[in-house]
Design a protein around this ligand. Structure first.
Ligand SMILES: CC(C)(COP(=O)(O)OP(=O)(O)OC[C@H]1O[C@@H](n2cnc3c(N)ncnc32)[C@H](O)[C@@H]1OP(=O)(O)O)[C@@H](O)C(=O)NCCC(=O)NCCS
Length: 171
């Protein structure tokens, strides 16, 4: 997956009622703020071999087309998702949940909130790339309605691996 966001704020209330029953601690899905960049960078460093730098993350706040959400658990940043939109299409640039908080529904909530936000923005198609071996992410996307549409040979580095291309057509 290409790893890049939106300065317009989403009210926390928009998502705060979507608590997942599996979660022990309350999780808030919220608009990412510029001062979240260092924490998002740390999360991406935990999850990816080539994480976005803090500077790259900050640039999203001065460019058009980025929409970013974060998950906060007891105030701690535990998840992140971002898209880059152009017209009525968008690419998911990053999805990550910190390891101790995985399998608690946070990834699913981030993706579902992002798809709802995309709908509000008039985005009707979303694409992504995912490592072929990343079963957890592929299942997450399939559950959310993404379909496999192709392969990009040797797309990833460190380690080299094919990417599965997946697409979502807004419902
Ligand atoms: C992929 C990732 C974001 C999922 O986040 P998560 O909060 O653990 O996901 P959820 O708990 O919301 O799980 C939603 C669904 O995804 C699938 N899933 C998640 N983790 C899985 C795993 N380890 N094995 C198999 N399926 C998994 C399941 O279908 C799950 O639904 P279920 O719990 O009802 O079975 C997380 O594993 C992660 O950050 N991985 C490292 C970064 C990464 O690979 N990002 C994707 C880049 S393309």
């Amino acid at each position: 997956m290409r790893e890049k966001e939106s300065p317009d704020r989403v009210s926390s209330d928009t998502f705060s009622d979507r608590e997942t029953e599996r979660q022990a601690e309350p999780v808030l899905i919220d608009q990412m703020r510029e001062d979240d960049c260092p924490a998002v960078h740390s999360l991406l460093t935990e999850c990816f071999s080539r994480p976005w730098s803090v500077k790259s993350l900050e640039e999203m706040f001065v460019r058009q087309g980025y929409h970013n959400l974060v998950a906060r658990t007891d105030g701690r940043l535990t998840g992140y998702i971002g898209i880059l939109a152009a017209g009525d299409q968008a690419d998911i640039i990053n999805v990550a949940v910190t390891a101790p908080f995985r399998r608690q529904g946070i990834g699913e909530r981030l993706l579902s909130a992002l798809l709802a936000l995309a709908g509000e923005k008039g985005i009707c198609q979303i694409f992504l790339e995912v490592r072929r071996s990343n079963r957890a992410a592929i299942r997450l996307y399939e559950q959310a309605g993404f379909a496999r549409t192709g392969i990009r040979k040797d797309y990833y580095e460190e380690p080299v691996e094919d990417a599965l291309i997946m697409a979502w057509d807004g419902q």
